[in-house]
Ligand binder design. Structure first.
Ligand code: ADP
Ligand code: MG
Length: 555
């Protein structure tokens, strides 16, 4: 007989190694336990050379009996029977992690519930020492030493320490986004590597995670969603970098959280990208985090062993919800106008202007004028500057709007809603088309046919181009595009009012009124910002109105 049943200790070791495969896995499991225990502060200390990890929290702690049980196989306080499997509201529920860690390392657990003294227990070689009282604050401190002491090969297989520490920092960042009220500290060899100050406002956590992300360039919205299959309230928390102010050269800040964990979901990511379509410049990616909270029955965590990838039921529904939520944020409405006006870029312009003056002025704190609800935003056109900028004012400041791209945004969205081809009274003759160009024109549903050697006759044209006298050039431009969408961008750009064109106040007011109602007024379809807001609060500071010199200055 070749087949034998494995001894139980080998089975256990293999199973443990599947749950815990690195320092990062230990940190993930312990930190998730701390979150499940309701901690508001989590301190993680690593000594990689010693294969040591400690996680201390101020959560609800474990009492004496639970402390004795928690490292045994399949012990959990989070579910009791099969029924509970459908209602899991915690990150853990399998009761495997502490047991697995205790198989692979020396573990010390000290814990205290609020109304008792603290206790601690040591586990070594599967045996837990007797339990002894210990003086600690309410919460739990778990110290793991000599990880993988019994499978040394595993130590060699894990990535270099530097890489694991990086992974742990990323992991903490992800958990912080999903649990913004929690304060985190990470020490490596007693050196503080990461400190995230918990805050109810997720935007404040976001900006702590990257120096390049400015708080004022983010917008936050929470949306309640009724899922179609169940009568439960799901929600989407969205933090998003306003596209005219914040974007990245890589998709490293496109993140999705699901019920408390950052996950990979190619389907939901593609919904985000399609909502940002023609909003950012070429090869730029959004800064966005969407935290979706829904009933656990909607989720299948078994796409990936570390629960990093998921299957979500009703994925089409969620894709639509995400797209429309993002589109709503882009709109300038009376509800979100206040979020639009604090602009970092303008602050920088003022800084440059200040630096150019002959003397340096110390930065002073100024009192922001009271922000009152704006009501329906009323952008009043007051002038045109350089035949290019529409100067508008509203009750809290003024905006400069570039006429060409504002109009281009309007036309682009009109084309998206209604791409119409109309017949031409006279065909337009094109010559020397490459097969690729011909194919693109046919894709655009143009009525095109051969008209002799290297000549083609086009008998219809996008409506917006019909009245122009450069239709031939316009068609050639369309033939070079990649798809219908790029054709729409090209048509919008060609048809929009050029910069340098003189406009009347009424014409400009029409453009501004239509533009502010577009789906995405922030950027043109190439990703350029459309308006510059000069708010009274910034102007107040720039003109040093807080210096209060006397009545003669008109203050
Ligand atoms: P699970 O998280 O799947 O329940 P674990 O093995 O990770 O399984 O933990 C076992 C149990 O130990 C948990 O259900 C919980 O009751 C308790 N526990 C673990 N860590 C903590 C902690 N930091 N604070 C309070 N209780 C804890
Ligand atoms: Mg757990």
């Amino acid at each position: 007989m070749l087949i034998q049943k494995l001894p139980i200790d080998v089975i256990k070791l293999i199973a443990a190694g599947e749950v815990i495969d690195s320092l990062t896995a230990v940190v993930r499991e312990l930190a998730e336990n701390s979150l499940d225990a309701g901690a508001g502060r989590i301190v993680i200390s690593l000594k990689p050379e010693l294969w040591m990890i400690q996680v201390a929290d101020n959560g609800k702690g474990m009492d004496r009996d639970d402390l004795l049980l928690c490292t045994q196989a399949h012990t959990t306080s989070k579910i009791r029977d099969t029924k509970d499997l459908h209602h899991i509201n915690t990150l853990g529920f399998r009761g495997e992690a502490l047991h697995s860690i205790a198989q692979l390392a020396d573990v010390k657990i000290a814990s205290r519930v609020a109304d008792d003294c603290g206790y601690q227990v040591f586990c070594h070689d599967n045996h837990c020492s007797t339990i002894t009282p210990v003086a600690i604050a309410p919460g739990t401190i778990i110290t793991v030493e000599n990880l993988f002491r019994n499978i040394l090969l595993r130590r060699q297989a894990t990535p270099p320490f530097k890489q694991q520490i990086k992974q742990i920092q990323i992991l903490i960042g992800q958990l912080a986004l999903c649990h913004p009220h929690v304060t985190w500290q990470l020490f490596v060899d007693d050196k503080l590597m990461l400190y995230i100050n918990g805050n109810e406002q997720i935007k404040k956590v976001f900006s702590q995670l990257s120096k390049t992300i400015n708080y004022n360039d983010l917008t936050y919205q929470q949306i309640t969603v009724n899922t179609p299959t169940e009568n439960n309230n799901s929600s989407l928390d969205i933090v998003l970098g306003l596209p005219d102010r914040l974007s990245r050269p890589r998709p490293d800040w496109v993140k999705i959280g699901l019920n408390g964990r950052v996950v990979k979901s190619p389907e939901l990511e593609s919904a985000i990208y399609s909502a940002f379509h023609r909003t950012l410049g070429r090869d730029r990616f959004p800064v966005i985090f969407i935290h979706l909270r829904t009933s656990p029955q909607q989720i299948d965590w078994n796409r990936h062993p570390a629960k990093a990838e998921i299957y979500l039921h009703n994925i089409d529904f969620w894709q639509e919800q995400i797209k429309s939520a993002i589109n709503n944020i882009f709109r300038i409405t009376d509800n979100n106008i206040n979020q639009q006006i604090e602009n970092k870029r303008v602050e920088n312009i003022f800084k440059v202007a200040e630096n150019q003056t002959l003397y340096q002025i110390e930065k002073q704190e100024i009192k922001q004028p009271q922000e009152k609800a704006l009501g329906l935003i009323d952008l009043q056109v007051i002038a045109q500057s350089r035949n290019t900028y529409i100067v508008t004012e509203h009750s809290q400041g003024m905006w400069l709007i570039e006429q060409h791209i504002a109009h281009e945004r309007i036309l682009y969205e009109q084309l998206q809603d209604n791409w119409q081809l109309i017949p031409l009274p006279q065909p337009i003759i094109l010559e020397n088309l490459l097969p690729k160009q011909l194919e693109q024109l046919i894709n655009l549903q143009l009525d095109i046919e051969s008209f002799g050697e290297n000549l083609w006759a086009v008998r219809n044209i996008p409506e917006m181009l019909a009245q122009r006298d450069d239709t031939q050039d316009a068609l050639m431009e369309l033939s070079w595009g990649a798809d219908v969408d790029s054709a729409m961008v090209a048509v919008a750009c060609r048809s929009a009012i050029r910069n340098g064109t003189k406009l009347t106040i009424n014409q400009m007011q029409d453009i501004v009124d239509t533009w502010k109602m577009t789906r995405n007024p922030h950027t043109c379809p190439h990703g350029r910002p459309i308006y510059l807001s000069l708010e009274e609060s910034s102007l107040y500071r720039f003109f040093r109105r807080h210096w209060v010199l006397g009545k003669s200055h008109g203050i």
